[in-house]
Write a protein of this length. Sequence first.
Length: 94
Amino acid sequence: MNKNQSLTWISNLKDLRAIREGWDECVSDTHGDIYFCFDWLNMWFQHVAPDAALRAVCLWEGKKLLGVLPFYIRTFSFLGLPFKLAGLASADAN
């Protein structure tokens, strides 16, 4: 990272929705496919992982969004012990 770049964390879909335009522009600029765009991730969280928490790290250069790496976090118990599982959002969450 250079001195003009910074990282921010997002932890809810509302805040992620606020950067939607910049995110989709970033996907288009890098010739990414549908699985990297905001609409796909939004639908994925609603239908595949509605009980999962969102965490996304965003890379900025000034006010330009360079990339977003979204994760999901699920809490579950095994043998009565609590665990948290993190994974790349839009991947298989089961």
